[in-house]
Design a protein around this ligand. Structure first.
Ligand SMILES: CC(=O)SCCNC(=O)CCNC(=O)[C@H](O)C(C)(C)COP(=O)(O)OP(=O)(O)OC[C@H]1O[C@@H](n2cnc3c(N)ncnc32)[C@H](O)[C@@H]1OP(=O)(O)O
Ligand SMILES: O=C([O-])CC(=O)C(=O)O
Length: 388
């Protein structure tokens, strides 16, 4: 019998050439390029094409891709009507999963199947990927207005992906610095090897489900607080702590209760997540640009990270990507329950790159289990059963 490893820790579930990480050194690369270089020099559009195609595009290729993305932003009014019918009190990730799945209903067909085999049509795979990645931002930003009883703000073709995302939230021309920070955030969140949501996407993709359902499966998986949903919890936690001087007694109490410290810990990293280092630096630079006052949330986060290092570093638990992202999103006017949706917008690039890779050499995911239930027994008529 094979050994059961809870959470599949250390079990290779796929072979991929999209991204790689070294959890002991805190190194993350997309297609071989260090994340620090991409965050500094690339754009979300260019990084997306890198993830999808495997190489950095030429200027012409990038321009054509950007044009295609810009032309694909509008969401059909039927999808907006579905969104309008959803309760405003629901979580934005539930709306996002519903809306992405419903998008697929407008593009029916069995293009994923070629004579019962996986899709070999790279044009179809690329076009569907562009459709989904472009519309993710529109759906997420539209929801902000729909749930507040307003008409959504239509996308603009003259703005890049990050600028347009911020514009669709606020209705105002985005601040160039905040737009550049959002662009870097999207790059940092675009891909991360075989995390839980990417695994969910692969499992769905391996059944030859449509790309809309692949992404819907991944959105649902990202939503949980042990994964992407942690970014919302981090800001709620920092607000609860309130001030840096409250950190230590609060932390003692949480650890005594064996409670989770949101934004801390990672299955793969045994050092600080390199993305958290970049996000923290961006937050510091933003605050310095604004006169040097770090603000209570950021100061509390810095104090909490320092206190956690004493208590949790011996277990290899350090800040992960979700620890500083939310504080940055707040500065951009994004409400906390939309933080994970912004993560999903970015990660759609990685999910679809993995979908394409999976289709290239597909075999359905069907692992085995270690059965731990009763051995064979005979059915008991209801009249002969007794409460225990
Ligand atoms: C984008 C992302 O998904 S990044 C991750 C976002 N998630 C979070 O921030 C939620 C908080 N973190 C966690 O729950 C975990 O660290 C996970 C889910 C990320 C990783 O889980 P696992 O790899 O299964 O680690 P596991 O839960 O076994 O933790 C190992 C040890 O570190 C401790 N630990 C791990 N994370 C934390 C934390 N955030 N707070 C307190 N203790 C922690 C565990 O209690 C455990 O201690 P023990 O050995 O004394 O029992
Ligand atoms: O890799 C993981 O398990 C979670 C993570 O950091 C991500 O998906 O970005």
């Amino acid at each position: 019998m094979s050994e059961y490893l809870p959470g599949l820790e250390g079990v290779p579930a796929t072979q991929s050439n999209i991204s790689d990480l070294d959890g002991n050194l805190g190194i993350l690369t997309y297609r071989g390029y260090p994340i620090e270089e991409l965050a500094l020099n690339s754009t979300f559009e260019e990084t997306t094409l890198l993830l999808l195609d495997g190489r950095l595009p030429t200027a012409d290729e990038l321009a054509a891709f950007e044009k295609h993305l810009r032309a694909s932003r509008v969401v059909k009014y039927n999808v907006r009507d579905i969104m309008k019918s959803l309760p405003a009190t629901g979580h934005p990730m539930e709306m996002l999963q519903t809306a992405v799945a419903s998008l697929g209903m407008f593009y029916p067909g069995d293009e994923c199947l070629t004579g019962g085999m996986q899709c070999q049509d790279l044009n179809y795979v690329h076009n569907m990927s562009v459709k989904i990645i472009a519309r993710m931002a529109t759906i997420v930003a539209n929801w902000e207005h729909v749930r507040n009883g307003y008409d959504p703000i239509p996308p603009r073709k003259d703005l890049n992906y990050a600028e347009n995302l911020l514009y669709m939230f606020s209705g105002e021309d985005p601040d160039p610095l905040l737009a550049r920070i959002m662009d870097a955030c999207l790059i940092l969140h675009a891909e991360h090897t075989i995390n839980a949501s990417t695994f969910a996407a692969l499992v769905a993709g391996s059944t030859l489900a449509s790309p809309f359902l692949v992404v819907a499966a991944a959105v649902g998986t990202l939503a949980g607080p042990l994964h992407g949903g942690a970014n919302q919890r981090v800001v709620e936690m920092l607000k609860e702590i309130g001030r840096p001087e409250n950190v230590r007694p609060w932390l003692e109490e949480q650890l005594a209760k064996k409670a989770k410290i949101w934004g801390m810990g990672h299955r793969e990293y045994k050092v600080k997540d390199p993305r958290a280092t970049i996000l923290q630096k961006m937050m510091r630079e933003l605050m310095e640009q604004r006169g040097g006052n770090m603000g209570p949330l950021f100061e509390t986060a810095l104090a909490l990270e320092e206190a956690c290092e004493e208590k949790l570093a011996p277990k290899g638990v350090y800040a992960n990507v979700d620890f500083y992202s939310g504080i940055l999103y707040l500065e951009m006017g994004i409400p906390p329950d939309q933080f994970t949706s912004i993560f999903a917008v970015a990660r759609s690039a990685g999910w679809l790159a993995h979908w394409r890779e999976q289709l290239g050499d597909n075999r359905i995911f069907r692992p085995t289990q270690v059965y731990s239930g009763e051995s064979k027994r005979s059915y008991v008529p209801i009249s002969e059963r007794h409460a225990k």
